[in-house]
Design a protein around this ligand. Structure first.
Ligand code: BES
Ligand code: MN
Ligand code: ZN
Length: 491
């Protein structure tokens, strides 16, 4: 849907700089002499670049910040953007510079004069990620995708060109997640979501769509109960990437895919309900990671499973007070039909373990408002039954600058889930709402399976631009999970 811009690494070519259209971005470190490309730009601008660098404004600029010198005389470019960097371009700073470049990429071409700086793959990634825009539902001029290009001039194009494929694999995965999360629910129905997942078979992913009769046979009554008040058929999609040794058990990624969450009979208040088109964010991330793994031909076995349902109120909808039997066999008293995500996940988690005996399992869900209250939009909530596995994920998330913060689990919280009539209930009241949700899910994790639950309610879709995304869907988690799999399962 949304196409990522493919970066091109090119040798430094000072002759083209005068003719470069759009924007020329020059990286300058304080106190170091201008490299050949910057010197050329300076000469074309009749010394204006150097005058700027000698002035007070550049001195005050921080690494990663930029200044636009508009309509430079002597050049075809509309602007020269001066980005201050450190002498050593760390991966983090490179991505930050990339984000500056990416923000400039909307509607115009950009040429970056990067000299012999390192980590230019990260610069490219930051730029491509930040340049994303969701235009699929606009018409007319606003829908136009203008031809743009990103050229990074460097002394070592032969070193960086081979990294482009990996950068694009990550970007395309993130973009798939963002597109899915940004789509409204009348377009991204359960059927449409399944179709988009099915399309990943072109990349070598084995995709199966389990329909309602099959889910009934499997006994996924908890998941089916959530979807029974909607016209949209409930589905479970299984995506297998077999890039590892045959016979090696896979890592399982499980996602909550509530294409719209009205709350059901426990209907949500009207204000803000439109945001619940993003309630399939967990499934969106799982699908995006699968795409990235396949595009970069990851040497690991990974299975993605997503539970696709719509939570609506109608005559067939489940009610508070209903008691449903999960695939595992436990009975659950429904207290609030708006706590539907855990009812979907519990059956998919169980199915994932019964069928695949995964070596490890991660679930992602826009699960609780309580997690948003606890951590805001900066960090996802992380819950785990395995310290080492959890640490490896947190490390990957930190490297990728995707906020993640571990919260506790604990048997003491189980008291909140006791039910008089059923084996347990699915909600534990307001105190520790994110934890009791995780505690509920843990009941469906078998002994000995390393497991992480990621509550992404606050980070999947945000109201202000983030470092690498415009406002809206972020694609949070695609990069962290891709890296965690690369670090742990491709050795
Ligand atoms: N999808 C919501 C959680 C959510 C809230 C996601 C805000 C994104 C932003 C979830 O299904 C829900 O409604 N949870 C309830 C649970 C409660 C009824 C126990 C909540 O958090 O209020
Ligand atoms: Mn809900
Ligand atoms: Zn929900």
């Amino acid at each position: 849907m949304t196409d990522a811009i493919t970066p091109v690494f090119a040798p430094l070519d000072i002759d083209t700089l005068a003719e470069a259209e759009g924007r020329v971005v020059v990286l300058v470190a304080e106190g170091s002499s201008l490299d050949k490309g910057a010197r050329r730009v300076n000469r074309l601008m009749k010394g204006a670049l150097e005058r700027y660098l000698d002035g007070e404004a550049f001195g005050k600029q921080k690494a990663g910040q930029s200044t636009v010198l508009a309509y430079p005389s002597g050049m075809k470019a509309e602007a020269v953007e001066v980005v201050k960097v450190d002498k050593r371009l760390t991966p983090e700073l490179a991505r930050k510079v990339g984000a500056v470049v990416g923000a400039a990429l909307s509607g115009q071409s950009v040429t970056v004069v990067a000299g012999s700086h390192k980590n230019l793959d990260q610069l490219a990634l930051g730029a491509v990620l930040r340049a994303y825009a969701f235009k699929a539902r606009k018409t007319g001029e606003a829908a136009e995708v203008k031809e743009t290009s990103l050229t990074i001039q460097t002394g070592q194009p032969e070193q960086w060109t081979p990294t482009v494929e990996g950068v694009m694999a990550v970007a395309e995965g993130v973009f798939l997640t963002r597109d899915l999360v940004n789509e409204p629910s009348n377009i991204l129905t359960t059927t449409e979501f399944a179709a988009r997942a099915q399309a990943l078979s072109d990349l070598g992913i084995e995709v199966e769509v389990l329909e309602e009769p099959e889910l009934e046979k499997l006994g996924m009554r908890a998941l089916l109960a959530v979807g029974q008040g909607s016209e949209a058929p409930s589905k479970v999609v299984v995506m297998q990437w077999k890039g590892g040794k045959s016979g090696d058990k896979p890592v399982a990624l499980v996602g909550k895919g509530v294409v719209f969450d009205s709350g059901g009979i426990s209907i949500k208040p009207g204000a803000g309900m439109e945001d619940m088109t993003m309630d399939m964010g967990g499934a969106g991330t799982v699908t995006g990671v699968m795409k990235t793994l396949a595009m970069r031909k990851a040497k690991a076995n990974v299975v993605g499973l997503i539970g696709l349902v719509e939570n609506m109120p109608d005559g067939k909808a489940q009610r508070p007070g209903d008691i449903v039997t999960t695939m595992k066999g436990d009975t659950v008293e429904i207290i609030n039909t708006d706590a539907e995500g855990r009812m979907v996940l519990c059956d998919v988690l169980w199915y994932a373990q019964e069928r695949f005996e995964p070596v490890a399992m991660v679930d992602l869900a826009t699960l609780t408002g309580a997690c948003v209250i606890a951590l805001g939009h900066e960090n996802a909530g992380v819950f785990s039954n395995d310290d080492d596995f959890c640490k490896s994920f947190l490390k990957a998330a930190e490297t990728e600058e995707e906020g993640a913060w571990r919260l506790p689990l604990g048997a003491a919280y189980d008291k909140q889930l006791e039910s008089a009539k059923a084996d347990f209930k699915h909600v534990g009241g307001r105190p520790a709402g994110a934890i009791t949700a995780a505690q509920y899910l843990q009941r469906f994790v078998k002994e000995g399976v390393p497991w992480i639950h990621l509550d992404i309610a606050g980070v999947a879709d945000v109201k202000a631009p983030t470092a690498f995304a415009p406002k809206g869907a972020t694609g949070w988690g695609v990069r962290a999970l891709d890296r965690m799999i690369a670090d742990n399962y491709e050795g």
